[in-house]
Design a protein around this ligand. Structure first.
Ligand SMILES: [Zn+2]
Ligand SMILES: [Zn+2]
Length: 145
């Protein structure tokens, strides 16, 4: 897309811009979507600096661990979704701190989820092992295929 088409597209498609893109639309770097639990609610065109700042802000946002109820910055947590996770149905992804992720409670939860998935869809095919060429020679020395 040439820059003029791009500029027109940015202006027509998205009302929200950071002050830097507002001043010089060529600074447009990314489109950030603001989301709530129902999905994207608004979009904002930002420059690279604002995109990075927003990223940091997201990672610094304090969230509560589902299991230990302690509050952690988002970067110290992971989110987990069950195999049949379906947001429009009201399912909520679990937020877990790294300690709880490795704790027996969550390990059991993941095992149960895998078992339920298997009961519904049958056993998963084992992943095909990918061997580097040199390992290949070690595993199958001098064999003729
Ligand atoms: Zn900016
Ligand atoms: Zn926790």
């Amino acid at each position: 897309m040439d820059i003029h088409t791009g500029v027109r597209w940015l202006k027509s498609e998205y009302g929200e811009r950071c002050e830097h893109v507002e001043r010089d639309v060529a600074a447009a770097f990314a489109v950030r979507g603001e989301t709530d639990s129902f999905g994207p609610v608004s979009r904002r065109v930002v420059c690279e600096a604002c995109d990075n700042a927003a990223q940091v802000e997201e990672e610094d946002e304090v969230v509560q661990c589902n299991d230990c109820k302690a509050r952690h910055p988002r970067r110290e947590t992971r989110t987990w979704e069950a195999y049949d996770f379906y947001a429009p149905q009201g399912d909520v992804a679990l937020v877990l701190c790294h300690a709880c992720w490795a704790a027996p409670k969550h390990v059991a939860r993941m095992a149960r989820d895998a078992a339920e998935e298997e009961a519904e869809f049958g056993p998963r095919k084992p992943p095909i092992p990918v061997l580097a060429d040199d390992r290949y020679d070690v595993v199958y020395p001098d064999e003729d295929y």
